[in-house]
Design a protein around this ligand. Structure first.
Ligand SMILES: Cc1cc2nc3c(=O)[nH]c(=O)nc-3n(C[C@H](O)[C@H](O)[C@H](O)COP(=O)(O)O)c2cc1C
Ligand SMILES: [Fe+2]
Ligand SMILES: [Fe+2]
Length: 412
C-alpha cells in the first residue's frame, strides 16, 4: 500500500523507511532506523528526485505509481543527485517500469551508473554540469556539483520557483521518519541532532573542506526548504542547521565539553576514568560524556569527538599495542580527519605500558591537536600514591574547559 506524503501542491515525498537494518553501510549502528527519501515533482513534466535502497523499493514503487495514476501522468525525468546504491538501487526496476524516462545526471554519475547496471544508459542520459539550469514548466532547477559530499559525483539542485534545495546526503540524518516528515514537527535538537551529527561526522566528516566549498556556493540562495536524501525535511530554522554544518565542517568544537572514552580489560582503567570524571564534576564540569569503547559503536565516539572540545582517551596496553577496540576507534577518528581538539591521555600496563605513546602517535597525524597534560601512566591499578597526579590532571582539564568557555563567551 502506498504511503507517499504531500509536501506542497507540486511536490511529494515518495521515499520509504527501514527500521530493520541494524548497520547502515555495513558499519554504522542505526537503532532508530533510516529513511530513504525520494521526491516527485508534478509540473508540465514529471520529475523524480533519486530512488531508494533495494530493501524498501516495494513501497517506493507503490508510492510513485499511485501518484502518477491519480494525476494521470507518466514519468518524464529522474534526477540522480547521488549514485550510491542507497539512492539508486531501484534504478533498473524504474527503467523497466518507465522505459521512456530520461536520466539527468552529471558525466561522472552517468559513468558510474553504467558501472553498476547493464541497462541502456546512454540513450536516456541528459548530462548536466555546474550551474546548468533545466526547466520542467514553472519549476526550473539549477545544478551545483558537491564532490565528496559524500561521493565524487554528488550534486545538489535548487528549484528557484519554490526555493527548495535538494541537498542529496547533505543535511541528512540517520533515523526513520515516524510520520513527522518535517524537522519542525519533531524535537530535532534533542531527539534527532545526535543522529544527524553522527551521520555527518561519519559520512562526510572527513571532507570538511569540500562541505565548506558547497556552503560558499549556497550563501546567496534564498532557501525556503531543504529536502535531503535521509531524515526530516527542513522548512523552519534553516540557519540553525546550516550553522551546525559550518561548525562541523570547520572542525570547530560544537560545544565546550569533555568526552572520556576508555578501554579496559579487567576494570582498572575504567575505574580511573570514573574517578577522573568524578573529580571533574566536583570542579564544576557538567554534562561529562563517558564511553566504554568495547561496547560503543565507534561512529558514536566519532560523533562525540566532533561535538566536544576536550577529549580524554584512557587505554590498557595490549600485546605491546593499544587495546584493540580503542585502536579501532582511534583509527576511525583519525580517518575522519578530526582537528582542533584539546586532548589528555591515560595509559595502563602491567609490565611495559605503551598505549599512551601509541595513542599520541595516532593523534600526532591530525591537525591542531593540543595535549593539555602529560600522559598519566598506570601500572595495573590506580594507587593512592597517584591520586595527586590524577587530581592535577582533573584540575588541568577543568581549567582548560573554563578558559575555552571564557574565550568563546568573549567572542559572542
Ligand atoms: C592479551 C593481553 C595483552 C597484554 N599486553 C600487555 C603489554 O604488552 N604490555 C603491558 O604492559 N601490559 C599488557 N597487558 C596487561 C594489561 O595492560 C594490564 O594488566 C592493565 O593493567 C589492564 O588494565 P585494565 O584493568 O583496565 O584492563 C596485557 C593484557 C592482556 C589481557
Ligand atoms: Fe551517500
Ligand atoms: Fe545516502
Amino acid at each position: 500500500m502506498y504511503q507517499e506524503r504531500k509536501i506542497n501542491d507540486d511536490l511529494y515525498w515518495v521515499g520509504a523507511n527501514d527500521r530493520r537494518l541494524s548497520v547502515f553501510e555495513g558499519v554504522f549502528a542505526i537503532p532508530r532506523g533510516v529513511s530513504y527519501n525520494s521526491y516527485l515533482l508534478f509540473d508540465e513534466k514529471t520529475v523524480l528526485m533519486d530512488t531508494v535502497d533495494r530493501a524498501v523499493q516495494g513501497v517506493f514503487f507503490e508510492n510513485i505509481e499511485h501518484l502518477l495514476k491519480e494525476k494521470d501522468c507518466t514519468l518524464d525525468y529522474i534526477i540522480v543527485h547521488h549514485i550510491e546504491p542507497d539512492h539508486c538501487a531501484a534504478l533498473p526496476e524504474l527503467i523497466l517500469r518507465f522505459p521512456e524516462v530520461k536520466i539527468i545526471g552529471n558525466a561522472l554519475t552517468i559513468k558510474i551508473i553504467k558501472q553498476f547496471f547493464d541497462f541502456d544508459v546512454e540513450s536516456r542520459a541528459l548530462i548536466v554540469k555546474e550551474g546548468d539550469t533545466m526547466s520542467f514548466g514553472k519549476h526550473s532547477f539549477t545544478f551545483y556539483m558537491a564532490p565528496m559530499v559524500h561521493w565524487p559525483e554528488v550534486m545538489i539542485s535548487y528549484d528557484s520557483a519554490s526555493q527548495i534545495l535538494f541537498s542529496a546526503d547533505a543535511f541528512g540524518s540517520f533515523g526513520a521518519i515516524n510520520g513527522n516528515l518535517f524537522a519542525d514537527e519533531v524535537d530535532f535538537e534533542h531527539e534527532w541532532l545526535p543522529d544527524a551529527r553522527r551521520y555527518y561526522a561519519n559520512i562526510v566528516g572527513k571532507y570538511g573542506v569540500q562541505v565548506q566549498a558547497v556552503h560558499k556556493k549556497l550563501v546567496n540562495l534564498k532557501i525556503s526548504m531543504i529536502c535531503p536524501l535521509h531524515g526530516p525535511i527542513w522548512r523552519e530554522n534553516i540557519p540553525w542547521y546550516i550553522e551546525k554544518y559550518h561548525l562541523w565542517s570547520t572542525y570547530t568544537p560544537e560545544e565546550t565539553a569533555v568526552m572520556i572514552a576508555f578501554a579496559s580489560v579487567y576494570g582498572d582503567t575504567a575505574n580511573t576514568a570514573d574517578i577522573l570524571a568524578g573529580k571533574l564534576a566536583e570542579k564544576g564540569i557538567k554534562n561529562i560524556a563517558m564511553y566504554d569503547v568495547s561496547v560503543t559503536d565507534s561512529s558514536q565516539i566519532v560523533a562525540e569527538a566532533f561535538r566536544c572540545s576536550h577529549l580524554v582517551f584512557a587505554s590498557t596496553t595490549y600485546n605491546m599495542g593499544i587495546f584493540i577496540k580503542m585502536e579501532e576507534t582511534l583509527l576511525d577518528l583519525q580517518k575522519h580527519n578530526l582537528q582542533n581538539r584539546d586532548i589528555a591521555l591515560i595509559e595502563n600496563g602491567s609490565w611495559a605500558p605503551t598505549s599512551g605513546s601509541l595513542m599520541k602517535k595516532l593523534f600526532d597525524e591530525l591537525k591542531d591537536i593540543r595535549y593539555i597534560a602529560p600522559t598519566l601512566t598506570l601500572h595495573s591499578a590506580l594507587k593512592e600514591s597517584q591520586l595527586a597526579e590524577l587530581e592535577a590532571l582533573a584540575t588541568t582539564i577543568a581549567e582548560s574547559i573554563k578558559q575555552s568557555r571564557a574565550k568563546s563567551f568573549n567572542h559572542e
